[in-house]
Design a protein around this ligand. Structure first.
Ligand code: PLP
Length: 340
């Protein structure tokens, strides 16, 4: 636990100092994964190339909004990490540059499919299943039943004791919304979300925050990617991780080059590194537990075995289309109370 905290402090310093040196960074990256992985990737890329780069962590929806807002004069070169359906949406809005990465032939089939679906504009870098986790100590203290299904989370016993992300900013939370629609059908999913809303203490801007809050006992249950929960559990927190009984969805995390990127050659070099076993190894080295997309990359030892989880056949094309994503978010805002 202490090791993680110390690393977080170093990561914060790294990220805060980004781009403040005398020389301009040779690449500007927006990073959608955990801060610790953002920092480890920056360090590894700089060590390999000797080039100083700027890496800033943001939630997936916020990255999409920034890239959209800067369409006429992009300040970002690469979008690395974050849920793939949001990258697909950016691709359909003509905000991304097509690029054939050096390692594409070594990619696992799901990543090759994703690359083809994106029209060659986004490459899959990892996969991970959605779920939730609860704080076992708090559950025992409160003498509450252990939830095992999505539907259990609407039990009044959990009133005010669940956190989830806000799907407008968080790719994790949009994956939750899209997963529930695919599992239950749209109207039933929105009825479920309205019932769940009565138990939600707080919608967080970032998708990993609910799991971190549950890990620390600040809330009882966090909805998030299971690999995020594994990382917290490995750090010593008393989490029980649940693959919901009805089944669940998953993400393909992606990397894309922004259309009009000023540092296009460096951007291509970064994407190649991000898809190489060496680049992907920075995930496990910084305590992350996603499944890497390169068949030659080592699987983190504690990565959830996604082949053992009951999974929906996630429809990335539909839920990554601008019309569908925007329509679902509008409906979420109209029907489900979001106070932050
Ligand atoms: N953290 C991890 C470990 C992830 O796998 C992802 C999704 O790719 C995110 C964060 C996404 O963050 P957010 O939900 O804040 O967009």
């Amino acid at each position: 636990m202490r090791g993680i905290t110390a690393f977080s402090a170093v990561a914060a310093l790294w990220l805060a100092s980004t781009g403040t040196g005398t020389a301009a960074p040779s690449l500007t990256v927006l990073c959608g994964v955990d801060e610790m992985w953002c920092a480890a990737m920056k360090a590894a890329y700089e060590a390999k190339t000797g080039h100083k780069i700027s890496v800033t962590r943001k939630s997936t929806g916020d990255i999409l909004n920034q890239i959209r807002a800067e369409k006429a004069a992009p300040t970002v070169d690469v979008w690395w990490g974050g849920t793939g359906d949001t990258h697909l949406q950016a691709g359909s809005e003509n905000l991304l540059e097509a690029y054939q990465p050096a390692h594409e032939r070594d990619m696992l089939p799901w990543a090759q499919n994703f690359f083809a679906m994106s029209g060659g504009r986004s490459a899959g870098i990892y996969a991970g299943a959605l779920g939730f986790a609860y704080n076992a100590d708090l559950l025992r203290e409160l003498k509450l039943p252990a939830p095992t299904c999505w539907k259990d989370l609407t039990d009044t016993a959990y009133r005010g004791r669940i956190q989830s992300g806000n799907p407008n900013s968080s790719g994790t939370a949009f994956t939750t919304l899209a997963t529930l629609v695919q599992l239950f059908g749209e109207d039933e999913a929105f009825r479920y979300l309205a019932a769940l809303d009565r138990n939600i203490e707080h919608y967080t801007p970032s998708g990993a925050a609910p799991i971190k809050a549950a890990a620390r006992g600040e809330t009882l249950i966090g909805i998030s990617f299971m690999h995020d929960a594994v990382t917290q559990k490995q750090a010593g927190f008393p989490l029980v991780i649940v693959a919901p009984c009805e089944g669940t969805g998953y993400e393909i995390g992606a990397v894309s080059i922004v259309k009009g990127a000023k540092n296009i050659e460096e951007a291509k070099r970064f994407v190649d590194f991000a898809l190489s076993p060496e680049g992907q190894g920075t995930g496990a080295a910084s305590g992350q537990n996603q499944v890497p997309s390169n068949a030659k990359s080592a699987l983190p030892l504690a990565a959830p075995d996604i082949s053992m989880i009951k999974m929906v056949d996630y429809d990335f094309a539909t839920f990554g289309s601008p019309e569908e994503r925007s329509r679902l978010l509008r409906r979420f805002d109209a029907e489900i109370a979001v106070t932050n």
